[in-house]
Design a protein around this ligand. Structure first.
Ligand code: SF4
Length: 291
């Protein structure tokens, strides 16, 4: 029988909101060491890291904006997605009552806040897919509003950027997005990039790209090279942490390649702020593991 995992999902939400993943924290520490001693960039990263430690210690949110909860659920054959949805939504409401999440869900027409992060069928954002195994995997990203506002989409070719329908055109659009995000979106950021698809699938895939570990390598050598190049060149823009200038503008770039129509060539950029809150829960045979 399918278990009730509301408590376990509540713990996933708490961890995601209050305990930055180790790969992100490690990258922030390395970046701080690379900045000039006494610089504003070093100071900004130092403050960020102190904040990360305090949030973990006190089990309080890493940032006042706890973001849009976006769940990616891979479920075993035969499980009810209706029951899983109800458990996730209940866990989000409980997490809000415990102040792990800020009440962020607002009716777009009336402006009324539901007060508990309940919402319509799109809030919280739930993405289900059936897996081949007997484990349930729930991945959660809390996507801040400021960094979501600077996420964007381009249509190639783009004459204003002299960006053609090729990987160099992709590179130019992503760097343009980073330049336009400066002073907003709380750098250093992480770039999820999708090449191709339709407008909707492209945006969705750019967010999925953020599920990868910061220190992994794209198995496609062409995309791996593109990721490395974009990260390097973005860090040469001298935007720096929180826009204070410096060597750390982005922590990493993750690219997904989607099939597309010959008529369209979209590039979507999911800009994630330094508060890169993403966690994973694996449930199998009654045991739960958090990563
Ligand atoms: S963009 Fe990120 S770090 Fe900045 S306020 Fe929003 S959630 Fe917080």
């Amino acid at each position: 029988m399918q278990p009730d995992l509301t408590d376990q999902i509540l713990e996933l939400v708490r961890l995601t909101s209050t305990d930055l993943p180790s790969d992100v924290e490690e990258k922030l520490r390395k970046s701080k060491d690379q900045e000039a001693e006494g610089s504003a960039a070093e100071g900004a990263l130092d403050t960020i890291l102190k904040n990360v430690e305090m949030a973990r210690e006190k089990s309080t949110p890493i940032c006042q904006d706890t973001g849009t909860p976006i769940f990616y659920i891979t479920y075993p054959e035969g499980w009810s997605t209706r029951k899983l949805s109800a458990q996730i939504k209940d866990a989000v409401i409980q997490a809000t009552a415990k102040a792990y999440l800020r009440p962020n869900s607002v009716n777009s027409v009336t402006g009324k806040n539901t007060g508990d992060n309940s919402g319509d069928e799109h809030y919280p954002s739930l993405h289900f897919q059936e897996g081949g195994g007997d484990e349930l995997i729930i991945e959660l990203i809390l996507k801040g509003g400021g960094c979501e506002n600077v996420s964007t989409q381009y249509k190639l070719p783009d004459g204003s950027l002299t960006a053609g329908r090729d990987l160099d055109g992709v590179r130019k659009t992503v760097l343009d997005a980073v330049v336009k995000a400066q002073g907003k979106g709380c750098a250093p950021g992480v770039l999820g990039v999708a090449i191709g698809g339709d407008r909707g699938s492209s945006y969705a895939a750019s967010k999925e790209a953020l599920l990868r570990q910061l220190d992994d390598k794209n198995p496609d050598p062409i995309l791996a090279e593109l990721e490395e190049k974009i990260t390097r060149q973005a860090n040469q823009l001298d935007i720096g942490p929180m826009g204070f200038r410096g060597k750390t503008t982005v922590l990493g770039t993750k690219v997904k390649n989607l099939h597309r129509l010959p008529a369209s060539y979209f590039v979507s950029i999911a800009y994630m702020c330094w508060a890169f809150r993403r966690r994973r829960m694996i449930y199998q045979s009654g045991e739960v593991e958090y990563q």
